[in-house]
Design a binder for this molecule. Structure first.
Ligand code: B3K
Ligand code: ZN
Length: 893
């Protein structure tokens, strides 16, 4: 915590370190109140830079001793740095002793306690809260770590790498373990755990014939919730070998679950530390969504072992080098596991929805930044949807431009060139291009890299002209990109536009032959838009086609075309690309919602759309999961992003009205779907097909309850309550509960009470209980009132990030109509929580602070009230750099 304005770090100021730390020998005497850290480093000068002082980073440490080559030396501590001058020219040993207080570390960065055990989180700059160090990713050292602790309280002692020694101390009261990690690594990948844990373990032999021990550590009562995480880990190891030829390089790979954790998980070398939310699951406590989340996060952290750990980032501006690439890899992993083309499409649609919901608003707001940012005040603020999800889209576009095999070749070259190094995003793009010299990527690499340097979501405008006489179709594509903070003008991007042409009468996929070509090149191809405006002329078309553009969402852009509702209905019925089929349905709904919001507030679901949606619901071959996505209306925040000026209450009213009409108009169809898609009662399995069925049944139930409450019929709420009571898995139980809550049924209250009583000892389920109430559709201010009341519930705590998020994030981010109130009470709630949280956990506070990013877009009276609330937070003298950066940017000064 610091007063005043914090320093800004700029990418252009990067300079290599003045010293290298070759080896680190750490000894921890672990005590929650006062832990002793003895750090012995082998250090040498970096000959490439002029001789200068050694400046080691440190934060919240008590320094007790500094020795160089065993001798005491003079030193000073300034600006959170230990400064040593006049050091030997030859390699030397530096010993630093410090103490820290893990039990007081509520920031959960560095070494902290959770449920009585010790855990660490070092990315991005937590290692400096453990010991003095060159805490930057381009300093890679070999670590040896000795942990000493009370044996009864901390029976499990873990660190990175291999266990090389263990034994008793103090006549058996204490014990120690010594770990050695053979791979040089940056400090952010260091980890230790000392706690009372049990583990599920499994030996595997990889394709390359090497044996490995996989372990998942959890608290004693949780072992029955580790099977899915272990399965996901085994699948991850196999996938990376099969798809990219990347094998596990360690004998032992550990995952440890901790209940107090700032984010999802952390890829520490050989010792991944996970939020319990992404490890623990059994059918009774976890939903299908939780099971999928575990699979993708376990995969993500595992894949970092190569993309992030073996090849790491030179500096934190290159974060997307590892995060964008690893998100891309985990998305591909989940798609490959999903199997069928339509199950793959479901995953793709989910990922695009996430991008549009989080990244597009970010790119349009005060925190807009390039995938490779230019500056930061607090690096933890840049673990963003842009760096992660847009970064993944950038990698995906590279794959689209060079092909799947070409991309795999590029990855191989990347590792050949850079294994063991700390590199930049340029190095990655160069490797992919060099492995594919004849590709569009290689031809336009510099221009393509604007995706790394220019912020903002590009717009692609499309217009088609059919010439009946010539039987040609001329497609005009042009691009623009709105200004973002610090970047008023943008140069054109390289945008891959995948497209197909669909027959207007029969929905046939038409052959695509560009003028000048001898023959058609299939029915789908990728056009590359790299100028401001380009034309593409297709020949041999007997009638005007319907263009299906940006198939599979081939670039992270907003597509502006001129498709009429009639044409969207054709795509919805016939498009061979499932993504665009879904998109057509969303656009039909969006067109109606936007017209009503901008017009008189009356929305009307017309017969052609009802018929089309009915046809989707009854379609004989489409996946249930796909139907569920298609029949779910665009969210309120997504609708808001399409508008110049936003009145959240009006959007809510219009969307709720359309939701009710959809429930009523398809009533018989929802009844049919509810029966037809029941999962046979043969035990729960989280596979994509059964999850899809459960999802569609839950959507049907929600609609049936909504329509029932409206006409005051007790039938469906009664059925939902029964189903809630009888459910043998959490997906069905929570689905039934949300149906009651979402319809404002009288049975919601008793069901919520019962749910709490049933799961009072299951922290992750109680999180769901809070989140469900805070994100329920607002009606007469009751949801907000309930959320405020829940702050004083005995189970609520700001100290546990999952619990804090379950209430605060659910209200402020996921429930616009409850949050944006005419009386500004939502904003007062927000400001109070940000300030409270900032004193406990600045990283978390800064995340919550971002709920106000889009305040400038709001209509009055929301806008002025929002500004006032942000100004109140900004006016607090004692503010962390993290929150200060967010509110300063929001206010735009
Ligand atoms: N690399 C970590 C995120 C660390 C966040 C630090 N504030 C998890 C991940 O992306 O895999
Ligand atoms: Zn990651």
């Amino acid at each position: 915590m610091r007063e005043g304005t914090a320093a800004v770090t700029r990418r252009e100021d990067y300079a290599p370190p003045a010293y290298w730390i070759k080896t680190v020998d750490l000894t921890f005497d672990l005590d929650p109140a006062k832990t002793l850290v003895f750090n012995r480093m082998q250090i040498e000068r970096n000959e490439q830079v002029p001789v200068q002082a050694l400046r080691l980073d440190g934060e919240d440490l008590n320094l007790t001793r500094v020795l160089v080559n065993g001798e005491s030396v003079s030193f000073r501590v300034e600006n959170h740095q230990l400064v040593l001058e006049n050091l030997p020219a030859e390699p030397f040993t530096l010993e630093v002793r410090t103490t820290c207080a893990p039990e007081k570390n509520t920031q959960l960065s560095g070494l902290y306690t959770s449920s009585g055990g010790f855990f660490t989180q070092c990315e991005a700059q937590g290692f400096r809260r453990i010991t003095y160090f060159l805490d930057r990713p381009d300093v890679m050292a070999v670590y040896t770590v000795t942990l000493k602790a009370d044996k009864a309280r901390f029976p499990v002692l873990l660190s990175n790498g291999n266990l090389i020694e263990q034994g008793e101390l103090d006549g058996g009261h204490k014990h120690y373990a010594k770990w050695s990690d053979p791979f040089p690594k940056p400090s952010y990948l260091f980890a230790l755990v000392a706690a009372k844990l049990v583990c599920r373990e499994q030996k595997i032999r990889s394709r390359s014939g090497r044996d490995h021990l996989l372990q998942v550590y959890v608290r004693a009562g949780d072992l029955d919730k580790t099977e899915h995480a272990m399965r996901s880990l085994i699948a991850s190891v196999a996938w990376d070998e099969a798809r990219f030829g990347l094998s596990l390089d360690l004998d032992r790979f550990m995952i440890v679950a901790v209940s107090d954790f700032n984010m999802g998980a952390m890829e520490n070398k050989g010792l991944n530390i996970f939020n319990t939310k992404y490890v623990l699951a059994n059918p009774a406590t976890a939903t299908d969504t939780d099971f999928f989340g575990i699979e993708s996060v376990v995969g993500h952290e595992y894949f970092h072992n190569w993309t992030g750990n073996r090849v790491t980032c030179r500096d934190w501006f290159q974060l997307s080098l590892k995060e964008g690439l690893t998100v891309f890899r985990d998305q591909e992993f989940s798609q490959d596991l999903a199997g069928s083309p339509s199950a793959r499409a479901v995953k793709r649609i989910d990922d695009v929805r996430t991008l549009r919901q989080h990244q597009f608003p970010e790119d349009a707001g005060p925190m807009a930044h390039p995938v490779r940012p230019d500056s930061y005040m607090a690096i933890d603020n840049f673990y963003t949807a842009t760096v992660y999800d847009k970064g993944a889209e950038v990698v995906r576009m590279m794959q689209t431009l060079v092909g799947r095999e070409g991309f795999a070749r590029g990855m191989t070259l990347y590792f050949e060139r850079h294994d063991g190094q700390a590199v930049t995003c340029d190095d990655f793009a160069q490797a992919i291009a060099d492995a594919n010299p004849d590709s569009a990527l290689a031809r336009q690499l510099d221009q393509f890299k604007r995706w790394y340097s220019q912020a903002g979501t590009p717009r692609v405008h499309a217009r088609g002209y059919y010439n009946a006489e010539m039987r040609t179709y001329r497609l005009e594509l042009s691009q623009s990109c709105p200004p973002t903070p610090g970047q008023p003008d943008k140069a054109p991007f390289v945008i891959p536009v995948a497209l197909g042409l669909v027959g207007r009468d029969d929905g046939r996929a038409l052959p695509l032959q560009l003028v000048g070509e001898n023959a058609a090149a299939g029915t789908e191809r990728v056009l590359v838009l790299s100028e401001t405006t380009q034309h593409f002329e297709f020949v041999g078309l007997d009638a005007e086609p319907v263009p299906s553009l940006l198939r599979g969402f081939s670039a992270p852009v907003v597509l502006e075309d001129t498709l009429s509702d009639a044409e969207l209905l054709i795509l919805l019925a016939h498009d061979h690309d499932p993504f665009n089929r879904w998109e057509a349905g969303q656009r039909l709904a969006l067109n109606r919602l936007l017209a009503a919001v901008k017009g008189d507030g009356q929305v009307h679901l017309d017969a052609p759309v009802i018929d089309a949606l009915r046809a989707v619901l009854h379609h004989p071959t489409l996946d249930a999961a796909f139907k569920e996505l298609l029949l779910t209306l665009p969210g309120e925040s997504y609708i808001a992003e399409q508008l110049e000026e936003v009145d959240p209450q009006r959007i809510h009213a219009v969307r709720e009205s359309l939701r009710l009409q959809l429930a009523q108009a398809l009533h018989a169809d929802w009844e049919w779907a509810f029966d037809h898609y029941q999962v046979a009662n043969e035990g729960y399995s989280p596979d994509a097909a059964s999850a899809g069925r459960r999802g569609l049944v839950n959507l049907a139930l929600g609609n049936l309850c909504l329509a029932a409450v409206e006409r005051q019929s007790p039938l469906w709420p009664g059925k939902a309550y029964q189903r809630f009571k009888d459910a043998d898995n959490m997906t069905d139980r929570l689905g039934a509960l949300s149906a009651l809550v979402g319809a404002h049924s009288e049975l919601a209250e008793p069901a919520l009470e019962r749910f709490h009583a049933l799961f009072k000892d299951e922290a992750l389920v109680i999180d769901k209980w809070f989140a469900l109430q805070a994100s329920a559709p607002e009606k007469d201010g009751k949801v907000f009132a309930r959320a405020r009341q829940l702050l004083s519930h005995p189970d609520f705590s700001l100290r546990n990030p999952n619990r804090a998020r379950s209430l605060i994030t659910a209200l402020c981010f996921s429930n616009p109509a409850a949050f944006h109130r005419r009386d500004a009470a939502g904003y007062v709630f927000w400001a109070d929580r940000v300030l409270e949280l900032d004193a406990i956990n600045p990283q978390l506070a800064a995340r919550v602070a971002r709920a106000m990013d889009r305040w400038r877009q709001l209509a009055e009276p929301y806008r002025s009230a929002a500004r006032e609330a942000i100004a109140r937070v900004a006016a607090r003298a004692e503010l962390s750099d993290d929150v200060r950066e967010i509110v300063t940017r929001a206010l735009g000064d």
